[in-house]
Design a protein around this ligand. Structure first.
Ligand SMILES: CC(C)(COP(=O)(O)OP(=O)(O)OC[C@H]1O[C@@H](n2cnc3c(N)ncnc32)[C@H](O)[C@@H]1OP(=O)(O)O)[C@@H](O)C(=O)NCCC(=O)NCCS
Length: 159
């Protein structure tokens, strides 16, 4: 198997990420999804979101095989904060964790999560939050995540 590199995505990678997003949707859908405007919508979304999101890409050679996206919440500054850089200023919400079906169970997902955790720890993030699918709970559990009793959620009233 070609070796896997995990790297931070750059704006030039938008189409590779859109390609993974399409692959994920089509996997769930069970076949091709006819939406010729998707890539353009995706690029506009990526442009709007760029300042507050970090995406990691897993690539085998030039081929994108997986991704992970983290929305970074930067806390509101407070008076007297001064140079207190050792106080947690940010936290992250992880979403869009995906590895192509034919490449799964080879540790690529774990490599993506490790890259994001490394970033969060070296920037002293207060926490990383995510909403796992039932199937991925053991996966995240092995990577240091635990069920949260200290957060609240208001589910949508809409069916
Ligand atoms: C979750 C996912 C990113 C893991 O990627 P991966 O490269 O296979 O991860 P690793 O090889 O490091 O770890 C394998 C573990 O992933 C989990 N996993 C395997 N297939 C999975 C699937 N279809 N969906 C969710 N988790 C899965 C299992 O816990 C597996 O370990 P186990 O078989 O020992 O229990 C990948 O399975 C995936 O893209 N799933 C579909 C999208 C998804 O569910 N994303 C997460 C939503 S929160």
């Amino acid at each position: 198997m070609t070796s896997i590199d995990v790297r931070r995505a750059a704006p030039a990678d938008d189409l590779l990420i859109a390609d993974l997003r399409r692959a994920w949707t089509e996997e769930n859908h069970g076949g091709p999804v006819d939406d010729p405007g998707f890539e353009e919508r995706f690029a506009a979304w990526a442009d709007r979101e760029r300042d507050q999101r970090i995406t990691w890409l897993a690539v085998a050679g030039e081929q994108p095989v997986g991704m992970l996206n983290m929305l970074v919440f930067e806390r509101m500054p407070w008076p007297g904060q001064g140079g207190a850089v050792d106080r947690p200023g940010s936290w992250g919400y992880v979403a869009n964790v995906y590895v192509r079906a034919e490449q799964r169970n080879a540790g690529i997902g774990a490599q993506l999560v490790a890259a994001c955790v490394e970033h969060a720890d070296s920037n002293r993030f207060a926490r990383i939050v995510l909403a796992p699918s039932e199937r991925s709970v053991p996966f995240y559990g092995r990577l240091g995540f635990r069920p949260a009793a200290d957060l609240m959620v208001r589910p949508s009233p809409h069916p």
